[in-house]
Design a protein around this ligand. Structure first.
Ligand SMILES: Cc1ncc(COP(=O)(O)O)c(C=O)c1O
Length: 372
């Protein structure tokens, strides 16, 4: 048989860090992993209890989401984001990564003449991967959307925006994105999974600018430390939500019933999110100073639980970001993520997810100080 010549999955971005992970893990007291950003803190006990007593195991769950789940999501958006969205214009997804990775292929079925996904140049890798998986072009765009070429706009299936953004923590101009999409007839998909960890002003959503042509995407993974249960939702433009939820139903995407029940409990509660906000802000402030003491240039982000630190300058064959990542692993026993994992555009920064408890961050600070 002739060997296949098509798509070969690249190494998963974080697997490129395996060598340095082993180096950092060699420290007494072990590895402090601030690379992937997996939530560490506990989810609310009431949510964990709800997983076990929903009675929803036996039957198939509705792909679009139960009425209870969609109402909880709409209630949360009204309370925390100040927007009224009919629960009928909300649909469930199995965490948001799968939604991000598959949206392009569904939108291409809807608009077969188009083949391009526009996404932020420095960003979560799955926007571009979603284009690749759909056999489409992934075209990175700068913050200033007026630089998007006319040909790319005409071919665009969607424009992704992400605010607060991963990896930089920057806040995007969501009104400008909605306006650009409407002016060019391109759906705007707004990944807002860090919305409740906005530090610079209140949480924002693209839906503040009206639902036409836009879809906001939200996750329980970050707000409620529930990355392991896989619950998210998308909401906004009635036609887009209906189309996507119908196609996804045919493809068999379903959030498990017990997860929907528990996620609704999580969405109803804001106290645990306020506690989590306090933890992250404390850690961001503490670790910013730790990185600055190692020569990085770093400010608190507008949102998210990431520090986006400019690595110290110098002539490093492996590049500044990888050299600083190595420095931190060797001396501090801590693993961070070099900027080029989020796009070739940024090889001078590292991303640091403050997902470890304060005492583990203090351990890193002590190790680094002792090695200085
Ligand atoms: C920007 C962004 N979008 C989406 C996701 C996916 O989160 P989940 O699939 O857990 O909802 C992540 C996770 O790191 C993320 O950083």
């Amino acid at each position: 048989m002739t060997p296949p010549t098509g798509f070969e999955p690249p190494p998963y971005p974080y697997e490129r860090l395996d060598g340095l992970k082993a180096v950092a893990a060699g420290h007494e007291g072990g590895l402090v992993d601030l690379s992937i950003g997996t939530p560490f803190d506990p989810p609310p006990p009431a949510v964990v209890e709800a997983l076990g007593r929903s009675g929803a195991e036996r039957g198939y769950p509705p792909s679009v989401g139960t009425v209870r789940y969609r109402e909880a999501a709409a209630g949360w958006m009204a309370r925390r984001l100040g927007v009224e969205v009919p629960p009928g214009d909300v649909a469930a997804c199995v965490g948001t990564k799968e939604f991000v990775a598959t949206a392009a292929q569904w939108l291409r079925l809807r608009s077969p003449g188009r083949d391009t996904v526009l996404y932020p140049a420095v960003s979560y890798p799955t926007y571009a991967m979603g284009a690749t998986l759909a056999g489409c072009r992934a075209v990175p765009v700068a913050d200033d959307l007026s630089g998007i070429a006319a040909d790319d706009a005409e071919r665009a299936l969607c424009l992704w925006v992400n605010s607060p953004g991963n990896p930089t923590g920057a806040l995007a101009d969501l009104g400008a994105a909605a306006g650009w999409g409407r002016a060019h007839g391109v759906p705007v998909l707004s990944d807002e999974c860090y919305a409740e960890f906005t530090w610079d002003g209140p949480p924002r959503t693209i839906l503040e600018h009206g639902p036409d042509g836009v879809v906001a995407v939200h996750s329980l993974s970050k707000r409620s430390n529930l990355a392991g249960v896989r619950a998210g939702f998308y909401a906004g433009d009635a036609g887009l939500v209906r189309y996507l939820s119908e196609v996804r139903k045919h493809a068999g995407y379903m959030v498990p019933g017990p997860v929907q029940a528990a996620a609704a409990v999580a969405l109803d509660d804001d106290v645990h999110v306020d506690e989590q906000r306090a933890r992250y802000l404390d850690r961001l402030t503490f670790f910013r100073d730790v990185l600055a003491a190692e020569g990085a240039t770093v400010a608190l982000p507008g949102g998210s639980f990431y520090l986006w630190a400019e690595a110290p300058g110098g002539d490093f064959p492996e590049g500044r970001a990888w050299a600083f990542t190595r420095h931190l692993a060797e001396r501090g026993g801590v693993l961070v993520a070099p900027g080029d994992l989020y796009g070739e555009a940024d090889a001078a920064h590292v991303r640091v997810a403050v997902v470890a408890p304060r005492e583990r961050l203090a351990l890193v600070a002590d190790r680094l100080a002792a090695a200085r």
